[in-house]
Design a protein around this ligand. Sequence first.
Ligand SMILES: Nc1ncnc2c1ncn2[C@@H]1O[C@H](COP(=O)(O)OP(=O)(O)OP(=O)(O)O)[C@@H](O)[C@H]1O
Ligand SMILES: [Mg+2]
Length: 243
Amino acid sequence: MLEVDNLSAGYRGHQVLWNVSIRVDAGEVVALLGPNGSGKSTLMNSISRLVERLDGRIVFDGIALHALPAHRLLGCGLSHVLERHRLFPYMSVLENLQLGAGPRAPRRAVAEGLDRAYGLFPRLRERAGQMAGSLSGGEQQMCAIARGLMSRPRMLLIDEPFIGLSPHMRTDVAAALDRINRDGVAILLIEQNVAAALAMSRRCYVLREGRVALHGPSAELAAGGAVERAFLGRLDPAGAAVN
Ligand SMILES: Nc1ncnc2c1ncn2[C@@H]1O[C@H](COP(=O)(O)OP(=O)(O)OP(=O)(O)O)[C@@H](O)[C@H]1O
Ligand SMILES: [Mg+2]
């Protein structure tokens, strides 16, 4: 469904990603792991066209995203929940959610989207009129995920959804992501915690210094400690391309 092929990208002459290839199939949960600064957010931001591509291809559902104007992305079925949620702090929860549906969404689609959002996170209904910036960290994450779902995506890109959350809130957000996935939405997830990422995903990619150091089925990688070795930069010949 999503295919990133030999992507190189970076910031004004500072190249961060080198020939990165990943794929996410329909309905899958795929985790993106790697040490700080390894390029995880840059990769996700390149997919959603926030970072300029130097080379390579990004194809989603047969559409060449790399050739699409960034403002056309919203309608194509892909939604990105940015790192640290990035809501509009001085707008209400409701207004933030409405914006997620896009400027041309029919009123009925917005109403249905709100119903789904409040079904998933009942707390947002109670807070609908409250300014988003005054929500707790966990509530802001819920609001950001709900906003990302308002456009009815078939794939959600989500950057570190658990950062700064209490264990209780982590459980709630993980349960919501599981429900979203069971409703048929594929998820590409960035997560620092190796054990949590492997437990939540079907396959995973480990980035190191802007390159894919390891990838394979999460259950297999969880067993051998290969992910931890890839973090430390010891490439594992046996596990380097289990897929
Ligand atoms: N806007 C930017 N301008 C210039 N360099 C940037 C920018 N954003 C990120 N970088 C650089 O790109 C590299 C990769 O950063 P990125 O944020 O993609 O890593 P990450 O794997 O998401 O790290 P973390 O786990 O800390 O979130 C880093 O060296 C970072 O300094
Ligand atoms: Mg990051």
